[in-house]
Design a protein around this ligand. Structure first.
Ligand SMILES: NC(=O)c1ccc[n+]([C@@H]2O[C@H](COP(=O)([O-])OP(=O)(O)OC[C@H]3O[C@@H](n4cnc5c(N)ncnc54)[C@H](OP(=O)(O)O)[C@@H]3O)[C@@H](O)[C@H]2O)c1
Length: 330
């Protein structure tokens, strides 16, 4: 049996393209002591993967010649660890390949009775990031105005729904009039503003006449700069991601922002899902599953099929093709 794997062929300089990767046939990997052999079932496609390709961050930069790293779900087909059995579904660093060998310590066992897409989109990284970003970092309260960028994406869509459940006035930012309409019609946002429109700054100010108490920012760059102007005095910003800054070179510049923070006494907090313990994640997962069960939370997903389409899914994600979580089902 052979294993197909996507190898990083070149480091993207501008936008990521499918030809930055090549598909190779490799021998089947072999599980050693304490390891598991997985048949990969579903890949999580995320902007962070582009960041990993471009520079070192909370993990080393991915270099040409390496298999493309990816979170995802795999089914155990050989176990060399007593806590795992053949047939278990695990979540972890499976990489873009048909089969993966992982250290048992690097994965967590998931409930195989649950749909795979929900395991990744709701109680995996996206839903949990939205949950903690809103409720722990943002500490949102009923009646506050909450603004969310990339509001039609995996994290953003769950984030706006949580803000609505908390009784906030919710404004989303997304690319294009159609996505904005979708957010207002389907998710009952108070307003959604198109950051690609020429009148973005004016439309945002109009959508937030009293200012913003908490801004959950997935984008950075010019979207963050524009949003600073609509923050209330004493407003809070949760910095979740910088998807709007990933097309170019890694940016370490800082201009203009400090003055805006000073004059409005804004607090800005960066956070990573990994700040929260497994215990906390299990608790949040249980709460969100309850919301889904009683119809208060929906989890849109955008699925590609087949390992061969993993690079295309990443390119489509960065172009904003997705509504909700981008996944590749193998
Ligand atoms: N802090 C953490 O622990 C953590 C964990 C998970 C994710 N994140 C971050 O959360 C953010 C969202 O991730 P996700 O997985 O949910 O992805 P996503 O929002 O589902 O997909 C990315 C979206 O970004 C938008 N986008 C692409 N280029 C853009 C640009 N130049 N300017 C503005 N928007 C752009 C696109 O929507 P449009 O059509 O609206 O442009 C696209 O759909 C990312 O920044 C990610 O790194 C952080």
């Amino acid at each position: 049996m052979k294993n197909r794997a996507w190898i990083v062929d070149a480091t993207p300089q501008g936008a990521v393209r499918t030809d930055h990767f090549r598909l190779e046939e490799r021998p089947m990997p072999v599980a050693g002591s304490g390891q598991l052999l997985l048949r990969n079932r579903m890949l999580s496609i995320a902007p962070a993967q582009v960041a990993w390709l471009k520079a070192a961050s909370y993990r080393p930069q991915v270099k040409p010649g390496e298999i493309m790293p990816s979170g995802g779900l795999g089914e155990v087909i050989q176990s060399e660890h007593p806590d795992f059995a053949v047939g278990d579904i695990v979540e972890g660093p499976v990489e873009w390949q048909d089969y993966a060998v992982v250290d048992a310590a690097s994965v967590r066992k998931r409930d195989k009775a649950r749909p795979l897409d929900l395991l990744l989109a709701l109680t995996g990284g996206s839903g949990l990031t939205a949950y903690y970003g809103m409720l722990e970092v943002g500490r949102i309260r009923a009646g506050e105005t909450v603004l969310v960028s990339a509001a039609a994406g995996a994290v953003g869509n769950i984030a706006v729904q949580i803000a609505r459940l908390a009784g906030c006035r919710v404004v989303g930012i997304a690319g294009g009039a159609e996505k904005c309409r979708w957010l207002v019609d389907e998710y009952k946002l108070d307003a959604a503003v198109d950051y690609k429109a020429a009148d973005f700054a004016e439309a945002l100010a109009k959508a937030c006449p009293e200012g913003v108490d908490f801004f959950f920012d997935n984008v950075g760059g010019s979207v963050l700069e524009t949003a600073l102007a609509v923050m209330k005095t004493g407003g809070r910003i949760g910095l979740c991601g910088i998807v709007g800054q990933l097309d170019g070179e890694p940016d370490r510049s800082l201009r203009g922002v400090p003055y805006q923070l000073i004059i409005r006494r804004i607090s800005m907090t960066g956070f990573l899902l990994s700040d929260f313990t497994m215990q906390q994640r299990l608790a949040a997962g249980a709460v969100m599953r309850g919301w889904v069960a009683d119809g208060r939370l929906r989890v849109p997903v955008h699925e590609y099929k087949g390992l061969e389409n993993a690079p295309a899914a990443l390119v489509a994600l960065m172009a904003g093709e997705n509504r909700g979580k981008m996944l590749v089902r193998l």
